[in-house]
Design a protein around this ligand. Structure first.
Ligand code: SF4
Length: 67
C-alpha cells in the first residue's frame, strides 16, 4: 500500500469515522501529531502500525480514486 501524508489527509477528509486524537498531554512533543489537522495520522483509529483499525482506509482510497 502506498501512502504518504497527503493521502492520509485526503482519506481522513472523506472519512465519516475520523476521530481526532485530542492530546491532553501537554508534554507531547510529537511533530507528526499537529493538533487540528485532519489526517489519518491524527485519528484515534489509526494504529501504531500505520493501519486503520476500522479497515476504512483502503475502502476510501479506492472509492475516491486517490491514487
Ligand atoms: S484512520 Fe481510519 S477511521 Fe481514521 S480517518 Fe483514517 S480511514 Fe478514517
Amino acid at each position: 500500500m502506498r501512502s504518504d501524508s497527503k493521502t492520509y489527509e485526503e482519506v481522513a477528509k472523506n472519512c465519516s469515522a475520523f476521530a481526532p486524537v485530542t492530546s491532553k498531554n501537554s508534554y507531547s512533543n510529537s511533530t507528526s501529531n499537529t493538533p487540528g489537522q485532519i489526517s489519518c495520522v491524527n485519528c484515534k483509529h489509526f494504529t501504531q502500525e500505520k493501519y486503520c483499525e476500522l479497515d476504512l482506509y483502503d475502502e476510501i482510497v479506492e472509492d475516491k480514486k486517490l491514487f
